[in-house]
Design a protein around this ligand. Structure first.
Ligand SMILES: Cc1ncc(COP(=O)(O)O)c(C=O)c1O
Length: 393
């Protein structure tokens, strides 16, 4: 085999979205692009706001010499300062610029954190259903992913987390608003988790870090807000990006923010600087850092996604689909009518509807619909969703 056995196994494990993509391509060539309803990808639908384009043009026109040479690995000080100010306001706690590091998206942020924190074999708790790439990020750094199911309403099952904790637990990674469920964790749920982590850190004499992956933070509906994590848990790190909120996923720009009183801050930040190099990112893209400095608090119109959520939820509920209405992000995670979620999504495929089985997120018996698509894709797919529901009801 030309490639590593482990990567070959991982490819098999992570193949759902890729498989859907391939099958979707076939369907599209057979039936025409407009007759295939592709809900498989989490690619943002909206265009970035005009303020982004204006900032980009300004930055591109600047011809100051040596603008494109190597820079500090943690990012431009003025960018980190702008982010530090923004995060301080958002979290209600003063965060110094030294606690901010610019990264290649949220994925770059999470990988940099794990590379810095994890000793070989140390455990990281991931809550299922989960963004499947997390598994590989933990493995990249020699850690051991431990999958812990969430409660029926997709909130954090703190008792289940307690059962999974042990002296080898180094961190827990949470994501709210969540991919794939759209769940936003409540403040009381997070406080309960924080209390547990503090108690267990004391008991084991080792810090358990809480990593909060927040790329969907500003895509929330019906007045829901995402609780700030810093006031809730001292040993916390935020990993985030502008991929989803500004539709800049291709530009690879994000950041890490560390709690001002996190244990071992100097070593952690120095570790990040080394690890962003080791991982080969070296630094976040310079052009995008300069752009983001000008538009730190900008976000897309979440109401656009809310309209799509409502269109989808109202339609599916009418056909008997069962789900928790998402409070944020742009995903719906309904139950498949039958236990075999793979067989179920194949039925949807027969109606030219592409979704991803819950198995791909560590939770069989469900499937994921990405509703970052045109309204028309949702309305035109309804007939197919209805036909499949009728088959099982
Ligand atoms: C939950 C979650 N975390 C992280 C990422 C990666 O984001 P980025 O493109 O900023 O690296 C994604 C992308 O889909 C995601 O859904």
């Amino acid at each position: 085999m030309p490639i590593a056995k482990k990567i070959s196994e991982f490819m098999e494990k992570s193949s759902w979205i890729r498989r859907m993509f391939e099958e979707g391509r076939q369907l599209k060539s057979q039936y025409g692009e407009e007759n295939v309803f592709d809900f498989s990808l989490g690619n943002p639908f909206l265009e970035p706001p005009s303020e982004f384009t204006e900032a980009l043009i300004k930055v591109a026109q600047d011809t100051t010499p040596r603008r494109h040479v190597y820079m500090p690995n943690s990012g431009f000080p003025e960018t980190r300062q702008a982010i530090a100010q923004y995060v301080s306001l958002e979290q209600g706690i003063k965060v110094p610029l030294d606690n901010v590091m610019m990264t290649c998206g949220a994925a770059g942020a999470i990988n940099t954190i794990f590379k810095t924190l994890l000793n070989p074999g140390e455990e990281v708790i991931l809550l299922t259903p989960y963004f499947a790439e997390y598994y590989f990020y933990v493995d990249n750094s020699g850690g051991k992913p431990i999958l812990v199911p969430t409660a029926d309403d997709f909130s954090i099952n703190v008792e289940a987390v307690e059962q999974a904790l042990n002296p080898s637990t180094r961190a827990i990674l949470i994501n709210s608003p969540n991919n794939p469920t759209g769940k936003v964790y409540s403040e009381s749920n997070l406080k309960e988790l924080a209390e547990l982590l503090s108690r267990k850190s004391r008991e084991y004499g080792e810090t358990i870090y809480l990593i909060s992956d927040e790329p969907y933070k500003k895509i929330v509906y019906d007045g829901v807000t995402v609780p700030a994590i810093f006031p809730i848990y001292q040993n916390s790190l935020i990993a985030t990006s502008y991929s989803k909120t500004l539709s800049l996923a291709g530009e690879r720009i994000g950041y890490i923010a560390a709690h001002p009183e996190i244990e071992g801050i100097n070593e952690i930040m120095d570790g990040f600087i080394l690890c962003i190099r080791i991982l080969g990112f070296v630094n976040a893209p310079a052009l995008m850092q300069r752009v983001i400095t000008k538009i730190t608090d900008l976000a897309c119109e979440a109401d656009e996604y809310k309209r799509k959520r409502d269109l989808l939820c109202e339609g599916l509920a009418g056909f008997g689909y069962q789900f928790h209405k998402p409070e944020g992000a742009f995903y719906l995670f309904p139950r498949s009518f039958i236990e075999d979620d793979i067989a179920f999504i194949k039925e949807l495929q027969k109606q030219n509807i592409l979704t991803v089985p819950g198995s791909g997120f560590g939770t069989p018996g469900y499937f994921r619909i990405s509703y970052c698509v045109a309204d028309e894709t949702i309305t035109r797919a309804m007939d197919g969703f209805k036909k499949v529901a009728e088959k099982y009801l």
